[in-house]
Design a protein around this ligand. Structure first.
Ligand code: ADP
Length: 180
C-alpha cells in the first residue's frame, strides 16, 4: 500500500518538509519542549513573525492554528497549534486535540503545501496520555487524507522509540503501515 503517512524518529526541526507543526502555547511566544526546539532552530525571525500574529489576532486558543514563516528551518512554514492541557479527560481534551490536528491540516492545504510534519501534540508538558493522543492523531489524519488531496504526505515525528512503536502499531492496525 502506497501510504501517505510515515513515522519519523528524531528531531522535527531537521526535516525537509513544507510545513513543520509546532505544539505551541496560546501566547505564541515560545516555550519548552518542541516549541523551544523549533524557535531555537528557526532563529529570531520566527518570534518576530509570532509577535505580528499576536498583535493581529491575539492569543491562539486551544484547538486553533496559525501559520508563519519558518526562519532558518529547512521547512517553508511553521503552523503553530495549541493542544489541550490534560485535566483528566472530561474537559473536551479529545475534541480539542482532534481540532488541533484538523485545523493544522486545513491550514497547510489552504496554503497549497504538500508535506507536513506533526510532533506528538499535547503529550509533553500538557500531559495528554501518549497512547490516547497517538490514537487521535492517527485517526484524525488518516480520515482527513482519505477525503483530501493535500497535504500529500504527513510525517508523525516521534522523539523516542516507544512513541514511534506506538504510532507504527496504530498505523498497521489501520492498514497504513509504512516502511519508515
Ligand atoms: P505540549 O505542550 O503540547 O505537551 P511538548 O513540547 O511539551 O508539547 O511535547 C510534545 C511532544 O514533542 C513530546 O512528546 C516531546 O517528547 C516531543 N518533542 C520535544 N522536542 C522535540 C523535537 N525536537 N522534535 C520532535 N518532537 C519533540
Amino acid at each position: 500500500m502506497n501510504s501517505r503517512i510515515e513515522v519519523f524518529l528524531g528531531d522535527i526541526t531537521t526535516l525537509h518538509v513544507d510545513v513543520v507543526v509546532n505544539a505551541a502555547n496560546p501566547s505564541l511566544m515560545g516555550g519548552g519542549g518542541v516549541d523551544g526546539a523549533i524557535h531555537r532552530a528557526a532563529g529570531p525571525a520566527l518570534l518576530e513573525a509570532c509577535k505580528v500574529v499576536r498583535q493581529q489576532q491575539g492569543e491562539c486558543a486551544p484547538g486553533q492554528a496559525v501559520i508563519t514563516l519558518a526562519g532558518d528551518l529547512p521547512a517553508k512554514a511553521v503552523i503553530h497549534t495549541v493542544g489541550p492541557v490534560w485535566h483528566g479527560g472530561e474537559h473536551h481534551e479529545a475534541r480539542i486535540l482532534e481540532e488541533a490536528y484538523r485545523n493544522s491540516l486545513n491550514l497547510a492545504a489552504a496554503n497549497g503545501y504538500h508535506s507536513l510534519a506533526f510532533p506528538a501534540i499535547g503529550t509533553g508538558v500538557y500531559g495528554y496520555p501518549r497512547a490516547a493522543a497517538a490514537e487521535i492523531a492517527v485517526n484524525t489524519v488518516s480520515d482527513y487524507l482519505t477525503r483530501k488531496p493535500l497535504p500529500e504526505r504527513v510525517y508523525f515525528v516521534c522523539y523516542d522509540e516507544e512513541n514511534a512503536r506506538l504510532y507504527k502499531r496504530l498505523l498497521t492496525q489501520r492498514g497504513q503501515e509504512t516502511d519508515a
